[in-house]
Write a protein that binds this ligand. Structure first.
Ligand code: FES
Length: 87
C-alpha cells in the first residue's frame, strides 16, 4: 500500500494507482480530470520519487520535473507522497 498526504491527513491507495481519488477526498480541487485545465496542479513536498514518470498530458501542460504534478494524471508507485495544492 502507498499513502497520499495532504496537510496531516492521509489516504491509503494501492501501489501503482492514480492519486486522483485520494487527493480529491483530501480537498485538492479538480475540474477536467483529463490533464488540460490545471486545476489539480500540486506541489509535491515529499516523496516525488514515489510518483511515476510524467505522462504525455503533463508534458503537454509544460511540466518538466517531479516536484509539480497534475494530480489527475500521476500514479504512485509505492511509499508516501505529500502534496499541496499549487494555488
Ligand atoms: S483536473 Fe484538469 S488537469 Fe487535472
Amino acid at each position: 500500500m502507498a499513502n497520499v498526504y495532504v496537510d496531516e491527513e492521509k489516504v491509503e491507495v494501492e501501489d501503482g494507482s492514480s492519486i486522483q481519488e485520494a487527493c480529491e477526498s483530501l480537498g485538492i480541487p479538480f475540474s477536467c480530470k483529463e490533464g488540460v485545465c490545471g486545476s489539480c496542479l500540486v506541489n509535491v513536498s515529499e516523496g516525488a520519487e514515489n510518483l511515476g514518470e510524467l505522462n504525455d498530458e503533463e508534458i503537454a501542460f509544460g511540466l518538466d520535473g517531479k516536484d509539480i504534478r497534475l494530480a489527475c494524471q500521476c500514479k504512485i508507485t509505492g511509499g508516501d507522497v505529500k502534496v499541496e495544492s499549487a494555488y
